[in-house]
Design a protein around this ligand. Structure first.
Ligand code: CAA
Length: 397
């Protein structure tokens, strides 16, 4: 498969036999183990720990992490194919998988010391433990550099004492280890943010209010409160003050994952729509015979395939970045923007094609509609993706 040539170098995404085997294995697992429980967990809002553990055993919780650190040692394309398949069955599961893989594991792998990798990466990459990423605060979402939480080095210089409230933490109610971003030197604004690896088992780590949500309801989300949490200096990720850059670098990887999740939701909505348009009759014929339905199917399919190409384009840029050190911010943001708006579009059209049945909880279509919305919001809203893209193109800060 050949995609565009952003830098003049020939670029390709090769779906190898190994990728195809992985995709098939994840599809079979997702159809057999995840799809049948998705509605029940959506309704209850319970965390699907059993299936997450099984995915850990399959190597899916740290797919790009080398085997020596407990992962599957595969590439970004494998991550993307896996995310699409999981999200096609259930977006909640794919949210949990995405945070573990691209926000937690990717960060420790890229910025961690050997000791941090051995202690914190291995258990999360192997799926024994759940990882989370905590950047957002009640008064800082899109303006991620504007934090109220604080970490102060103690007199002996051995521990940072962390106080503050974080919000919208995916897997917050269940996470064992959290990558936490907080201010160490507030006067320096974004250059005063430091990244810490914190453990839920330690005193001062308090799980706050669980968020009742519109969609991805089985992916638990909560506040985290830190009250005099003592974090050893060895648990600083990168250097003090590097936190904002680490957060943004990791979000670039995360946004490719959310784009893939969005594509999986869009595919599910599309497949349900095609099946329904073939079988449902009105005015003496299948509704797929009507041009107004055909237009929806054509637009859904075109946007889905365009999303796939933008995701592959971002995969190429990320793989190239592994060699050259170049950022792939632009490509990740374009993929996330287009795929998430495609997911919302496809889910909207799917509800409309299904009519009353699209509004009913008897079918998963209304769930796709509720789940799709978050992809336009988390890991950077569509508005923020447009800011990132335009700033890059205009050479602005
Ligand atoms: N990679 C590396 N460095 C980056 C970067 C990137 N992608 N983006 C910015 N930086 C660097 C800049 O180069 C700059 O460095 P210098 O100071 O050395 O020049 C520094 O970071 C500051 O950059 P900006 O001036 O562009 O920063 P800003 O304050 O204007 O913010 C922003 C830019 C794009 C708006 C950014 O704040 C942003 O992406 N906001 C959205 C945050 C977000 O996605 N939040 C979601 C959180 S996670 C979540 O959803 C929950 C979950 O659990 C899944």
């Amino acid at each position: 498969m050949v995609a565009s040539e952003q830098t003049g170098q020939p670029l390709t995404v090769q779906i190898t036999e190994e990728h195809e085997m992985l995709r098939q294995a994840v599809r079979e697992f997702a159809e057999k183990e995840i799809a049948p429980i998705a509605a029940e967990y959506d309704e209850s809002g319970d965390f699907p720990l059993d299936t997450i553990r099984k995915m850990g055993a399959m190597g899916l919780m740290g797919i790009e992490v080398p085997e020596e650190y407990g992962g599957a040692g595969m590439d970004t394309l494998a991550y993307v194919l896996k995310m699409i398949e999981v999200a096609r069955a259930d977006a909640s599961h794919s949210t949990i998988v995405s945070v573990n893989n691209s926000l937690f594991c990717h960060a420790i792998l890229k910025f961690g010391t050997e000791a941090q990798k051995q202690t914190y990466l291995r258990p999360v990459a192997s799926g024994e433990k759940i990882g989370a990423y905590s950047l957002t605060e009640p008064m800082s979402g899109s303006d991620a550099g504007n934090m109220a939480s604080r970490a102060v080095l103690n007199e002996k210089g051995t521990h940072y004492i962390i106080n503050g409230r974080k919000s919208w933490v995916t897997s917050g109610p269940v996470a064992d280890t959290v990558l936490l971003f907080t201010m160490t030197e507030p006067e320096k604004r974004h250059k005063g943010i430091t990244a810490f690896i914190v453990e839920a088992s330690q005193p001062g780590f308090i799980r706050g209010k669980k968020e009742p949500k519109l969609g991805i309801r089985a992916s638990a989300t909560s506040e985290l409160v830190f009250e005099h949490y003592a974090c050893p200096v060895e648990n600083v990720l990168g250097a003090p003050g590097d936190g904002f850059k680490i957060a943004m670098t990791v979000l670039d990887a995360g946004r490719i994952g959310i784009a893939s999740q969005a594509l999986g939701i869009a595919e599910a909505a599309y497949e349900a729509s095609v099946a329904y348009a073939r079988e449902r009759e009105a005015f003496g014929q299948a509704i797929g015979q009507f041009q107004m339905i055909q237009q929806k199917i054509a637009d859904m399919k075109t946007r889905i395939e365009a999303s796939r190409l933008l995701i592959y384009h971002a995969v190429q840029a990320k793989e190239r970045g592994k060699i050259t050190g170049e950022r792939y911010t632009l490509e990740a943001s374009m993929a996330k923007l287009f795929a998430s708006e495609t997911a919302m579009f496809a889910a909207h059209q799917a509800v409309q094609i299904h009519g009353g049945m699209g509004y009913s909880k008897e079918l998963p279509v209304e769930r796709y509609f509720r789940d799709a919305k978050i992809t336009e919001i988390y890991e950077g809203t569509s508005e923020i993706q447009r800011v990132v893209i335009a700033r890059q193109e205009l050479g602005l800060r």
